[in-house]
Every structure is written in C-alpha cells, then in structure tokens.
Design a protein around this ligand. Structure first.
Ligand code: MF3
Ligand code: CO
Length: 295
C-alpha cells in the first residue's frame, strides 16, 4: 500500500499527499474507466474498449495474412513493386486499405514498405529485382473498418552472408524476448532494456531515430516505444495496443534518410539492418500477439 509521504505513483515527482491522494495507483484501484481516463489525460494513451479490440484484431489478422502471402512471393527475380501490387490486390479483396499509401508528408507513394539489405525502414517499392543473398523487410499496415493493424517481417532470398543473417536472427530474437515480458505493470522502458541488452550481447546496434508506437484507432498513437534503453516509466495496462518493431544494425546505429525521396532510411555505414514487427494487446494477465505471421 502507498503511504502519504511516498512519491506519487503518477510520476509527478511530488509526494502522494500533495498530488493524487487519496487516489491509489491505477493498477490496484481496479476501475477500468478511471484507468482509461487517467491514461488519456496524463499520457494521451488510448485504452481500447472490447469493441475496439475486436476491430483491431480483425485489422491485424488481415495485415498479417497479407504479409505472409506477399512474403511467400518474395523470391529471386521479383521486383519490390510487384510485391506492392500483390498487396494492393489482396487489400482490395479483403475490403481493406494499405495504411502506408499517401501517409504523412511527403505522402508515402506506395502501399507497403520494402527495405532491402542496408535499408533500415521505409524503403519504397520500385523496379529493383530481388536477388540471391538479399535480405528484405516487408512492412504492411492495413486499415479495416476504421481500425489499424501493423506488422513486418524479414525474407532471406536464397542463402545470404553471415552479417546479413546475423541481423535477421538478432532482430527476431529481440522481438520475441520483448514480447515475452509483456503484461500489466511492466514499464515501457523495460522493452528497450530487453532489446538493447540482447543486441549488445550479439555485437549489434539498435536504431534510435525510429520507435514502436501505439496503434489501432490511428496508425501512430502514443506511447512511443523505443527499442533502446530508456527511462520511460509508463506502466502497461490491459487494453493497450502497440507495436514492437526493433531495427537492428550490424554496424553503427545511425540512420540516414534519403535526401531525394525523404523516406528511405539507410545505415550510415552501409552495413546490414533487419526488423520484425508485431502488433500486441495487453490483456488482464499478459498479452496477445494480434498479428499472426510466423517465422
Ligand atoms: N511499421 C511502419 C511504421 O510504423 C510502417 C511505416 S509506413 C510509412 O512506421 F508509410 F510510414 F512508411
Ligand atoms: Co509500425
């Protein structure tokens, strides 16, 4: 139990008696409506209702099913543009919309991201032909009935180099280790600790310019979820939906954005980068991975 002179649980730095007293910490007051209001007011984090969760789950199922189909077609000789075309057709069949298309400014010109080798993220599908030894991230976010699902995975074309295989494997393990700790009460900063500790152990670096994010009702919601060590003390609570999408580099962590297209982010040293992404729901007793792709 919290005492009057303890620091307030809301992270204000003030004593409880001068702050939220007599309101007890959100994880123990057991009132989901007060928790939702508190997370909205303090962090602008949207705690989803059961109905919203069902919608987000559908959107996630669609985005990850399309991702699996597109990934199967990513073989030597195919262009990244052909993968985008396939995703467009599958979205149309599912009555869904590719969320990347026209997103932000300058508007993203395609419906998916295809990030090859030293490209960290936000690669634009084009006439590039996949070849043996390439590693490719395919990132697909879908809008279905107003809800968003966001996921990505790597594809290794044929047999690749040890450096490229390393980042593919390390990024996957980072994602799996991060997901494994997710449950109510865990702090956002704990995610970055797990990921960067493992990347360090394997001699890889963690990209800092791009972070994971709340998702579901909008494409990018709060909280921002860094994949590197950080001191974000916000606690996960049931009904939060967000991505984890670690970008892991073989060399330096820095990303350089293409000055012409303003999107393509490459490693500063030209070394390999890899990323895998799931959308996850925090449940009463743990988590549920909403996107269904499997390695
Ligand atoms: N998963 C990526 C993200 O959350 C998807 C980017 S789509 C783009 O940023 F349109 F922003 F490129
Ligand atoms: Co994302």
């Amino acid at each position: 139990m919290i005492h009057r002179n303890d620091l307030c649980w809301c992270q204000s730095g003030k004593k409880w008696k001068k702050c939220h007293f007599p309101e007890t910490p959100p994880l123990t007051n057991g009132d989901p409506l007060r928790l939702k209001e508190l997370y909205d007011k303090k962090y602008q984090i949207l705690i989803k209702s059961k109905e919203q969760i069902d919608g987000i789950r559908e959107a996630c199922r669609i985005s990850s099913t399309i991702l699996e189909a597109v990934a199967k077609s990513a073989v030597a000789g195919v262009t990244t543009k052909a993968l985008d075309d396939m995703s467009t057709a599958l979205h149309r069949e599912a009555k869904a919309i590719p969320a990347a298309l026209n997103y932000s400014y300058p508007p993203f010109p395609k419906g998916i991201c295809t990030s090859l080798n030293e490209v960290i993220c936000h690669g634009i599908p084009d006439d590039t032909i996949l070849k043996d030894g390439d590693i490719l991230n395919i990132d697909i976010a879908s809008i279905y009935k107003g809800y968003y699902g966001d996921c990505s995975r790597m594809v290794v074309i044929g047999k690749t180099t040890p450096e490229r295989q390393l980042v593919v494997d390390v990024a996957y393990e980072c994602l799996m280790r991060a997901i494994a700790i997710l449950k109510p009460g865990v702090q956002v900063g704990d995610i970055g600790t797990v990921i960067e500790n493992y990347a360090d152990e394997r001699g890889c670096s963690v990209v800092r310019q791009f972070v994971a994010h709340g998702v579901g009702v909008k494409f990018h919601e709060n909280p921002q979820v860094p994949h590197f060590r950080n001191s974000n003390l916000i606690r996960l609570v049931p009904g939060m939906t967000f991505t984890i999408e670690p970008m892991i580099n073989a060399g330096a962590w820095e990303a350089v954005i293409d000055t012409r297209d303003k999107w393509t982010a490459r490693t500063i040293d030209g070394k390999a980068s890899a990323q895998w992404e799931h959308t996850i729901l925090i449940t009463e007793d743990g988590h549920e991975v909403l996107t269904t792709w499997q390695r």
